[in-house]
Design a protein around this ligand. Sequence first.
Ligand SMILES: [Zn+2]
Ligand SMILES: [Zn+2]
Ligand SMILES: [Zn+2]
Length: 315
Amino acid sequence: MATFTDPLDSITDPSDWADSSFPNLSKLDSLLRCHICKDFLKAPVLTSCDHIFCSVCIRRSLESDKKCPLCHEETYESKLRKVLLLDEISSWFTRNRPELLDKHRPTANNTPEPVAAPEPEKPAVPLRYESRKKRAAEEPLVECPVCSTFMSADELQTSHIDSCLANKRARPSPSRPVISSFFKKERTPQTQPEFVKKKTKITNLDPTISTNKLKEKLNYWNLPTSGTRHQMETRMKEFISMYNANLDSVNPVDDRVLINRLMKWEGTYSLSKTAGDTEEDGAQWRRKYQKEYDELIKQARANMNRINTKLDSTD
Ligand SMILES: [Zn+2]
Ligand SMILES: [Zn+2]
Ligand SMILES: [Zn+2]
Protein backbone atom coordinates (compact mmCIF):
# COMPACT_ATOMS: atom_id res chain seq x y z
CA MET A 1 0.00 0.00 0.00
CA ALA A 2 1.28 3.44 -0.84
CA THR A 3 1.95 5.77 2.05
CA PHE A 4 1.43 9.49 1.96
CA THR A 5 4.59 11.23 3.08
CA ASP A 6 5.10 14.87 3.71
CA PRO A 7 7.49 16.12 1.00
CA LEU A 8 9.25 18.42 3.48
CA ASP A 9 9.68 15.75 6.13
CA SER A 10 10.89 13.21 3.64
CA ILE A 11 14.13 15.11 3.11
CA THR A 12 15.15 15.18 6.77
CA ASP A 13 17.57 12.53 7.99
CA PRO A 14 19.47 11.85 11.24
CA SER A 15 22.69 12.38 9.29
CA ASP A 16 21.73 16.07 8.98
CA TRP A 17 23.44 16.51 12.36
CA ALA A 18 26.73 15.03 11.21
CA ASP A 19 28.26 18.39 10.30
CA SER A 20 26.67 20.27 13.22
CA SER A 21 28.49 21.33 16.38
CA PHE A 22 26.43 18.71 18.28
CA PRO A 23 26.51 15.56 16.11
CA ASN A 24 25.12 13.47 19.00
CA LEU A 25 21.69 14.96 18.31
CA SER A 26 21.47 12.48 15.45
CA LYS A 27 20.80 9.85 18.13
CA LEU A 28 17.73 11.68 19.43
CA ASP A 29 16.73 12.39 15.83
CA SER A 30 16.70 8.70 14.95
CA LEU A 31 15.09 7.61 18.26
CA LEU A 32 12.08 9.82 17.54
CA ARG A 33 11.48 8.21 14.14
CA CYS A 34 8.94 5.53 13.26
CA HIS A 35 10.37 2.18 12.18
CA ILE A 36 7.77 1.92 9.41
CA CYS A 37 7.75 5.35 7.73
CA LYS A 38 11.21 6.55 8.95
CA ASP A 39 9.61 9.91 9.63
CA PHE A 40 9.13 11.51 13.07
CA LEU A 41 6.50 9.73 15.15
CA LYS A 42 2.99 11.09 14.66
CA ALA A 43 0.30 10.07 17.17
CA PRO A 44 2.57 7.28 18.45
CA VAL A 45 1.02 4.12 19.88
CA LEU A 46 2.46 1.29 21.98
CA THR A 47 1.90 -2.32 20.91
CA SER A 48 1.36 -5.28 23.26
CA CYS A 49 5.01 -6.23 22.56
CA ASP A 50 6.16 -2.78 23.82
CA HIS A 51 7.06 -1.31 20.44
CA ILE A 52 6.09 2.14 19.27
CA PHE A 53 5.01 3.27 15.80
CA CYS A 54 2.91 6.06 14.29
CA SER A 55 -0.70 5.11 14.87
CA VAL A 56 -1.60 5.31 11.18
CA CYS A 57 1.50 3.31 10.12
CA ILE A 58 0.88 0.37 12.46
CA ARG A 59 -2.87 0.38 11.70
CA ARG A 60 -2.18 0.14 7.96
CA SER A 61 0.39 -2.56 8.59
CA LEU A 62 -1.85 -4.67 10.86
CA GLU A 63 -4.55 -4.60 8.20
CA SER A 64 -2.57 -7.09 6.15
CA ASP A 65 -0.42 -8.77 8.80
CA LYS A 66 -1.30 -9.11 12.49
CA LYS A 67 2.37 -9.03 13.49
CA CYS A 68 4.63 -6.34 14.90
CA PRO A 69 6.93 -5.17 12.06
CA LEU A 70 9.83 -4.94 14.53
CA CYS A 71 9.75 -8.17 16.56
CA HIS A 72 7.17 -10.14 14.52
CA GLU A 73 5.18 -10.99 17.63
CA GLU A 74 1.43 -11.30 17.14
CA THR A 75 -0.30 -8.01 17.95
CA TYR A 76 -3.74 -6.48 17.39
CA GLU A 77 -5.19 -3.04 16.77
CA SER A 78 -7.38 -3.37 19.84
CA LYS A 79 -4.20 -3.61 21.97
CA LEU A 80 -2.70 -0.34 20.74
CA ARG A 81 -2.35 2.36 23.39
CA LYS A 82 -1.67 6.00 22.61
CA VAL A 83 1.40 7.69 24.14
CA LEU A 84 0.48 11.37 24.29
CA LEU A 85 3.68 12.52 26.00
CA LEU A 86 5.80 11.04 23.22
CA ASP A 87 3.53 12.72 20.67
CA GLU A 88 4.24 16.05 22.37
CA ILE A 89 7.99 15.38 22.46
CA SER A 90 8.07 14.32 18.82
CA SER A 91 6.08 17.33 17.61
CA TRP A 92 8.23 19.64 19.72
CA PHE A 93 11.34 18.21 18.11
CA THR A 94 9.84 18.39 14.61
CA ARG A 95 8.83 22.02 15.13
CA ASN A 96 12.14 23.11 16.64
CA ARG A 97 14.45 20.96 14.54
CA PRO A 98 15.19 23.56 11.83
CA GLU A 99 16.16 26.14 14.45
CA LEU A 100 18.19 23.63 16.47
CA LEU A 101 20.00 22.59 13.33
CA ASP A 102 20.65 26.21 12.51
CA LYS A 103 21.95 27.04 15.99
CA HIS A 104 24.30 24.08 15.85
CA ARG A 105 25.71 24.84 12.46
CA PRO A 106 29.47 25.15 12.77
CA THR A 107 30.34 28.86 12.86
CA ALA A 108 32.94 30.39 10.57
CA ASN A 109 35.38 30.54 13.53
CA ASN A 110 35.02 26.86 14.31
CA THR A 111 35.48 25.73 10.77
CA PRO A 112 38.37 27.50 9.09
CA GLU A 113 38.76 26.89 5.38
CA PRO A 114 40.31 23.45 5.09
CA VAL A 115 43.91 23.63 3.91
CA ALA A 116 44.03 20.02 2.84
CA ALA A 117 41.48 18.43 0.56
CA PRO A 118 38.25 17.51 2.41
CA GLU A 119 37.77 13.92 3.52
CA PRO A 120 36.50 11.94 0.57
CA GLU A 121 34.38 9.62 2.74
CA LYS A 122 31.29 11.70 3.53
CA PRO A 123 30.75 14.37 0.90
CA ALA A 124 27.03 13.66 0.62
CA VAL A 125 25.90 15.04 3.99
CA PRO A 126 27.08 18.65 3.81
CA LEU A 127 26.10 18.81 0.15
CA ARG A 128 22.56 17.71 0.85
CA TYR A 129 22.31 20.06 3.79
CA GLU A 130 23.46 22.98 1.66
CA SER A 131 21.12 22.23 -1.20
CA ARG A 132 18.13 21.93 1.12
CA LYS A 133 19.01 25.24 2.78
CA LYS A 134 19.41 26.90 -0.58
CA ARG A 135 16.15 25.49 -1.85
CA ALA A 136 14.29 26.65 1.24
CA ALA A 137 15.72 30.14 0.85
CA GLU A 138 14.64 30.36 -2.78
CA GLU A 139 11.06 29.25 -2.11
CA PRO A 140 8.63 32.17 -2.10
CA LEU A 141 6.77 32.50 1.20
CA VAL A 142 2.99 32.47 1.40
CA GLU A 143 0.74 33.70 4.16
CA CYS A 144 -1.40 31.33 6.23
CA PRO A 145 -5.01 32.53 5.80
CA VAL A 146 -5.75 31.70 9.43
CA CYS A 147 -2.83 32.98 11.51
CA SER A 148 -1.04 35.18 8.93
CA THR A 149 2.30 33.49 9.52
CA PHE A 150 4.56 33.37 6.46
CA MET A 151 6.01 30.03 5.38
CA SER A 152 6.69 27.93 2.31
CA ALA A 153 3.62 26.86 0.35
CA ASP A 154 4.67 23.27 0.95
CA GLU A 155 4.73 23.64 4.71
CA LEU A 156 1.42 25.49 4.72
CA GLN A 157 -0.36 22.81 2.70
CA THR A 158 1.22 19.69 4.13
CA SER A 159 1.23 20.34 7.84
CA HIS A 160 0.67 23.86 9.07
CA ILE A 161 -2.89 24.51 7.89
CA ASP A 162 -4.11 21.34 9.61
CA SER A 163 -2.78 22.21 13.03
CA CYS A 164 -3.62 25.87 12.58
CA LEU A 165 -7.27 25.13 11.80
CA ALA A 166 -7.40 22.61 14.63
CA ASN A 167 -6.08 25.06 17.17
CA LYS A 168 -7.54 28.24 15.69
CA ARG A 169 -4.80 29.99 17.64
CA ALA A 170 -3.69 33.42 16.62
CA ARG A 171 -0.20 34.77 16.96
CA PRO A 172 -0.15 36.87 20.10
CA SER A 173 0.05 40.52 19.17
CA PRO A 174 2.16 42.69 21.48
CA SER A 175 -0.20 45.65 21.06
CA ARG A 176 -3.18 43.63 22.23
CA PRO A 177 -2.54 42.03 25.60
CA VAL A 178 -6.19 40.89 25.80
CA ILE A 179 -5.93 38.80 22.67
CA SER A 180 -2.55 37.35 23.47
CA SER A 181 -3.59 36.13 26.90
CA PHE A 182 -6.82 34.81 25.38
CA PHE A 183 -5.03 32.72 22.76
CA LYS A 184 -2.00 31.81 24.84
CA LYS A 185 -4.04 29.42 26.96
CA GLU A 186 -2.23 26.12 26.61
CA ARG A 187 -3.87 22.77 27.15
CA THR A 188 -2.80 20.63 30.08
CA PRO A 189 0.09 18.38 29.01
CA GLN A 190 -0.76 14.83 27.90
CA THR A 191 -4.39 15.79 27.41
CA GLN A 192 -6.46 15.66 24.26
CA PRO A 193 -9.06 18.33 23.46
CA GLU A 194 -12.61 17.66 24.66
CA PHE A 195 -14.10 17.00 21.20
CA VAL A 196 -11.98 13.86 20.82
CA LYS A 197 -13.29 12.28 24.00
CA LYS A 198 -16.79 12.12 22.51
CA LYS A 199 -15.55 10.20 19.48
CA THR A 200 -15.05 6.46 19.26
CA LYS A 201 -12.87 4.46 16.91
CA ILE A 202 -14.44 3.17 13.69
CA THR A 203 -14.50 -0.63 13.55
CA ASN A 204 -12.54 -2.20 10.72
CA LEU A 205 -14.27 -2.87 7.44
CA ASP A 206 -15.87 -6.29 7.11
CA PRO A 207 -14.53 -7.58 3.76
CA THR A 208 -17.85 -9.31 3.06
CA ILE A 209 -19.82 -6.05 3.34
CA SER A 210 -22.25 -5.53 0.44
CA THR A 211 -21.41 -2.79 -2.04
CA ASN A 212 -24.59 -0.94 -1.06
CA LYS A 213 -23.66 -1.00 2.62
CA LEU A 214 -20.15 0.12 1.70
CA LYS A 215 -21.60 3.10 -0.19
CA GLU A 216 -23.81 3.92 2.80
CA LYS A 217 -20.75 3.90 5.02
CA LEU A 218 -18.83 6.18 2.62
CA ASN A 219 -21.81 8.52 2.43
CA TYR A 220 -22.09 8.62 6.19
CA TRP A 221 -18.52 9.90 6.46
CA ASN A 222 -18.97 12.33 3.53
CA LEU A 223 -16.61 10.34 1.35
CA PRO A 224 -17.14 9.94 -2.40
CA THR A 225 -18.76 6.74 -3.67
CA SER A 226 -17.08 6.91 -7.08
CA GLY A 227 -14.79 4.29 -8.57
CA THR A 228 -14.72 0.51 -8.50
CA ARG A 229 -15.61 -1.65 -5.51
CA HIS A 230 -11.88 -2.11 -4.85
CA GLN A 231 -11.29 1.65 -4.91
CA MET A 232 -14.19 2.29 -2.53
CA GLU A 233 -12.89 -0.38 -0.16
CA THR A 234 -9.37 1.05 -0.26
CA ARG A 235 -10.75 4.54 0.38
CA MET A 236 -12.87 3.41 3.34
CA LYS A 237 -10.00 1.38 4.86
CA GLU A 238 -7.56 4.26 4.59
CA PHE A 239 -10.09 6.65 6.08
CA ILE A 240 -10.61 4.29 9.04
CA SER A 241 -6.83 4.13 9.62
CA MET A 242 -6.55 7.93 9.42
CA TYR A 243 -9.62 8.52 11.58
CA ASN A 244 -8.56 6.11 14.32
CA ALA A 245 -4.97 7.39 14.25
CA ASN A 246 -6.26 10.96 14.61
CA LEU A 247 -7.92 9.92 17.88
CA ASP A 248 -4.47 8.87 19.14
CA SER A 249 -2.99 12.31 18.47
CA VAL A 250 -2.39 14.88 21.18
CA ASN A 251 -3.28 17.45 18.52
CA PRO A 252 -6.17 15.90 16.57
CA VAL A 253 -7.62 17.64 13.52
CA ASP A 254 -11.15 18.23 12.25
CA ASP A 255 -12.76 15.46 10.15
CA ARG A 256 -12.75 17.79 7.15
CA VAL A 257 -8.97 18.05 7.39
CA LEU A 258 -8.83 14.24 7.40
CA ILE A 259 -10.98 14.10 4.27
CA ASN A 260 -8.63 16.57 2.61
CA ARG A 261 -5.65 14.38 3.55
CA LEU A 262 -7.43 11.30 2.26
CA MET A 263 -8.13 13.16 -0.98
CA LYS A 264 -4.43 13.93 -1.38
CA TRP A 265 -3.51 10.37 -0.41
CA GLU A 266 -5.91 8.92 -2.97
CA GLY A 267 -4.53 11.29 -5.60
CA THR A 268 -1.05 9.89 -5.00
CA TYR A 269 -2.32 6.35 -4.62
CA SER A 270 -4.52 6.21 -7.71
CA LEU A 271 -1.86 7.83 -9.88
CA SER A 272 0.75 5.28 -8.90
CA LYS A 273 -1.44 2.18 -8.65
CA THR A 274 -4.15 2.44 -11.28
CA ALA A 275 -2.82 5.06 -13.67
CA GLY A 276 -5.46 6.08 -16.17
CA ASP A 277 -8.74 4.46 -15.24
CA THR A 278 -9.53 6.58 -12.19
CA GLU A 279 -8.17 9.87 -13.38
CA GLU A 280 -11.57 11.36 -14.08
CA ASP A 281 -13.04 10.30 -10.74
CA GLY A 282 -9.98 11.48 -8.87
CA ALA A 283 -10.03 14.87 -10.55
CA GLN A 284 -13.74 15.32 -9.89
CA TRP A 285 -13.32 14.35 -6.30
CA ARG A 286 -10.37 16.66 -5.83
CA ARG A 287 -12.32 19.56 -7.33
CA LYS A 288 -15.33 18.87 -5.14
CA TYR A 289 -13.36 18.61 -1.92
CA GLN A 290 -10.92 21.37 -2.75
CA LYS A 291 -13.97 23.64 -2.79
CA GLU A 292 -15.05 22.34 0.60
CA TYR A 293 -11.55 22.79 1.97
CA ASP A 294 -11.33 26.35 0.64
CA GLU A 295 -14.69 26.96 2.31
CA LEU A 296 -13.26 25.68 5.60
CA ILE A 297 -10.34 28.10 5.37
CA LYS A 298 -12.76 30.93 4.56
CA GLN A 299 -14.87 30.03 7.59
CA ALA A 300 -11.86 29.91 9.86
CA ARG A 301 -10.77 33.30 8.58
CA ALA A 302 -14.26 34.74 9.15
CA ASN A 303 -14.23 33.35 12.69
CA MET A 304 -10.88 34.95 13.34
CA ASN A 305 -12.14 38.30 12.04
CA ARG A 306 -15.22 38.05 14.22
CA ILE A 307 -13.13 37.34 17.31
CA ASN A 308 -10.80 40.20 16.48
CA THR A 309 -13.67 42.65 15.93
CA LYS A 310 -15.30 41.53 19.15
CA LEU A 311 -12.09 42.07 21.08
CA ASP A 312 -11.50 45.37 19.30
CA SER A 313 -14.89 46.69 20.35
CA THR A 314 -14.20 45.80 23.98
CA ASP A 315 -10.78 47.48 23.91
ZN1 LIG B 1 5.25 6.09 10.87
ZN1 LIG C 1 7.09 -5.75 18.66
ZN1 LIG D 1 -1.65 29.32 10.49
